[in-house]
Design a protein around this ligand. Structure first.
Ligand SMILES: C[S@@+](CC[C@H](N)C(=O)[O-])C[C@H]1O[C@@H](n2cnc3c(N)ncnc32)[C@H](O)[C@@H]1O
Length: 251
């Protein structure tokens, strides 16, 4: 395949106004924008991507190519399943690029938030380097953590202190990380908070951050944990999906 220069463009967390001028310029400059189709339960997210593109490229532009996202195996061990899933995604990218841009050129992918944070687009791209992908350029975007801090008007860290960013899976498996005072939890299925002793912990929580249906909550973990679980379950049932992020600080 002729060479491809890849542009990974952070688009923020759902508000079209999160798009930077650098991101708009990068999308405009691409020969092809690859758009994943993720199935009906993620239709809202696809619509956000489409709305972003519609403001920059004309509808039906030949410079936009959709590809179907493969589904990750549910039964295989997590690491193996993710590895095979990434191989499958890389193969879909190749198929879409070969069909829509056989002479090669600049290909853009819109990445939720920023490509550096709990996103595997860079790892998938590495599978296709140095050929056909010969270069990668990243345009940074607003992350869910920044959107959470902004929604609550809080700093992420205490003065001069570190903070830990982890996943719901890690918190469920290992509890509160030793030596940590501030913990951010992403990719949670709603059960991580149950793994924590709430004594002395304060939580700042947000779901659908940056979107019209944004919800936030805050308080002593022991007092608000149940309310957050309820609001989370109701919102998930209403929308069919949820993305939420949590910051917890020990007093
Ligand atoms: C696969 S990670 C992608 C993170 C993204 N790359 C970023 O920079 O924020 C998905 C997780 O990010 C968080 N997230 C992303 N968008 C969000 C939003 N609009 N509101 C709340 N949490 C969000 C959730 O924890 C979700 O499970």
């Amino acid at each position: 395949m002729p060479p491809v220069d890849l542009l990974l463009i952070g688009i923020g967390t759902g508000n079209p106004d999160h798009l930077t001028r650098q991101a708009v310029a990068a999308i405009s400059s691409a020969d092809l924008v690859l758009v994943p189709r993720k199935g009906p339960d993620k239709a809202d997210l696809a619509e956000i991507r489409e709305a972003i593109l519609a403001g920059i490229l004309p509808a039906g532009s030949a410079r936009i190519a959709a590809f179907d996202m493969p589904v990750r195996e549910a039964k295989a061990p997590y690491g193996d399943a993710v590895d095979r899933w990434h191989d499958a995604i890389a193969a879909r990218w190749l198929g879409a690029i070969e069909a829509a841009l056989p002479m090669g050129g600049t290909v853009a992918l819109l990445v939720w938030g920023d490509p550096s944070l709990y996103d595997s687009t860079l790892r998938i791209a590495e599978r296709l380097m140095p050929s056909p992908i010969r270069s990668i350029r990243v345009v940074p975007g607003i992350t869910a953590l920044q959107a959470l801090a902004a929604a609550h008007a809080i700093p992420l860290n205490g003065i001069g202190e570190p903070f830990t960013v982890t996943t719901g899976r890690q918190v469920r498996a290992h509890g509160w990380p030793e030596g940590c005072r501030t913990l951010a939890i992403m990719l949670d299925d709603g059960t991580a908070l149950d793994a924590l002793d709430p004594e002395g912990l304060t939580i700042w929580w947000g779901a659908y951050l940056g979107m019209p249906n944004e919800i936030i909550d805050h308080g002593a973990l022991g007092e608000v944990r149940e309310r957050i679980a309820m609001r989370r379950a109701e919102a998930r049932a209403a929308h069919g999906w949820i993305m939420d992020v949590t910051l917890i600080r020990r007093d």
